[in-house]
Design a protein around this ligand. Structure first.
Ligand SMILES: [Zn+2]
Length: 171
């Protein structure tokens, strides 16, 4: 991913020039990073796209183009600085749900709509940034607007964020 970022943000780098012309990228859409017919190191690098998608990390969330007044700039949607950092992708990659997976039980004591909401949250079906990104909704940023530190995922919003914690502590 580091190389993808370099490819887009340092167009005059010698290595970038070589890859770009080899794969004929200059005339291609931005989500094209390689020529399929070529093999070699660069194609292996580009191949991680599949692994990322499998992990629920669309490439567009890591690197995306932003129009500016004087051209375009590239932005990273998973870091608070908007510049790609290996550490942040690593974190995202290693991310595991905080709430233990188990059988979901419907509690009669709890109102139906609350049960429904928790069930949906557990299935990743509430409209938080990370879930929307997975289904292809293009978002400006994926970070939580409350803290700007983590990605806005179900677990973060409901369990892990400072706000959620303060609510839990107040109960
Ligand atoms: Zn937050």
């Amino acid at each position: 991913m580091k190389w993808w970022w370099k490819l887009r943000t340092e167009p005059h780098h010698l290595w970038v020039e070589v890859v770009s012309s080899l794969h004929n990228l200059k005339s291609k859409p931005d989500d094209i990073y390689s020529k399929k017919t070529l093999t070699g190191v660069w194609n292996n690098i580009v191949g991680i796209r599949k692994a990322l998608v499998k992990k629920g990390i669309p490439v567009s969330s890591v690197i995306s183009k932003q129009p500016t007044t004087n051209g375009v700039t590239w932005r990273c949607g998973i870091t608070s600085t908007r510049t790609y950092m290996v550490r942040d992708l690593r974190q995202r990659w290693d991310y595991k749900p905080l709430v233990a997976d188990g059988q979901f039980c419907w509690l009669k004591e709890v109102p139906l709509k609350v049960n429904c909401f928790i069930w949906r949250a557990k299935m990743g079906r509430i409209s938080v940034a990370s879930e929307l990104a997975k289904i292809g909704v293009l978002l400006e940023v994926l970070t939580c607007p409350m803290c700007n530190e983590s990605e806005e995922g179900s677990d973060h919003v409901l369990v892990d964020s400072t706000y959620a914690r303060s609510v839990l502590e107040g109960v």
